[in-house]
Write a protein that binds this ligand. Structure first.
Ligand SMILES: Nc1ncnc2c1ncn2[C@@H]1O[C@H](COP(=O)(O)OP(=O)(O)OP(=O)(O)O)[C@@H](O)[C@H]1O
Length: 255
């Protein structure tokens, strides 16, 4: 019972089915997913393509609703929490982020403007994160089309960090970053988790990053949770081999 009270996030037998034409029952995307997450956990979510990783993050950000089962934040059922309030606490950085025609500097400030923070606080916080993430001055006046995929990814991560959410959901956050920037971002996230008890759930195909960064690992396959274990108990070589094998099988299926 004690663990239930301490859980920051809890999923109980969550199922997600998507309606596809010609299939009345729907297509199973996630099945019987149950796990708990504590404050300050750094969780890597791994699994082959199509395993349901992105949909799991979408459920946690309420971009989708479970077909059945329950999700709790601090013991409060998800659907009882107003969605904007929930998203201020549980923030998603999707694989592709848009700056909506804004410059980088405007886009970084925008989430804070929406929250009505004083101008000086906004400027200070934006400058702090620009410095911490080593975002060069010459990016600040650029719009989305003037940034590379990696630059856009870093700006998207900065926008989420600026809000200081309690739970940060990241969908392949380092896939387009160079190695140096990826490790810098991971180092900052680790510090945040340790100093502010920020909880991090990150989908990642780069197992070396997951191994170095995470405290727990969730392994999904075909919409089911294959394992939920502490990072220290993972056999990383075995996991690497099984993911390569599973990915090859997915590719074979697609011919
Ligand atoms: N709009 C949709 N309608 C129906 N099924 C979908 C839809 N979008 C995705 N799917 C299916 O849902 C399953 C899970 O997709 P999801 O994107 O969550 O996988 P993933 O593990 O994140 O994959 P990847 O690593 O390739 O990003 C896949 O089988 C996919 O084909």
């Amino acid at each position: 019972m004690e663990t239930l009270l301490k859980a920051k996030l809890r999923l109980e037998q969550v199922n997600l089915y998507t309606k596809l034409s010609g299939n009345a029952q729907g297509y199973p995307i996630l099945q019987d997913i149950s796990f708990e997450v504590s404050e300050g956990d750094r969780i890597a979510i791994v699994g082959p393509s199509g395993a349901g990783k992105t949909h799991l993050l979408r459920l946690l950000n309420r971009l989708s609703e479970p077909t059945s089962g329950k999700i709790y934040l601090d013991n409060q059922e998800y659907h009882q929490i107003p969605v904007l309030q929930l998203r201020a606490q549980v923030t998603l950085v999707p694989q592709e982020s848009k700056l909506l025609g804004m410059t980088v500097k405007e886009a970084l400030a925008y989430p804070l403007v929406l929250r009505g923070l004083p101008k000086q606080t906004i400027q200070q916080r934006v400058s702090d994160w620009i410095e911490q993430l080593h975002i060069p001055d010459d990016w600040l006046g650029r719009t989305e089309v003037q940034l590379s995929a990696g630059q856009r990814q870093l700006v998207a991560i900065a926008r989420a960090l600026i809000i200081q959410p309690q739970i940060l959901l990241l969908d392949e956050p380092t896939s387009a970053l160079d190695a140096g920037t990826a490790y810098r971002v991971m180092h900052i996230l680790t510090q945040l988790a340790q100093s502010h008890k920020t909880t991090i759930l990150m989908v990642n195909h780069q197992l070396d990053i997951a191994q170095m960064f995470c405290t727990r690992l969730l392994h999904l396959a075909q919409g089911r949770l294959l394992s939920n274990q502490s990072a220290s108990s993972v056999d990383w070589n075995k996991l690497r081999e099984s993911l390569i094998q599973a990915e090859a099988e997915v590719n074979e299926e697609w011919g």
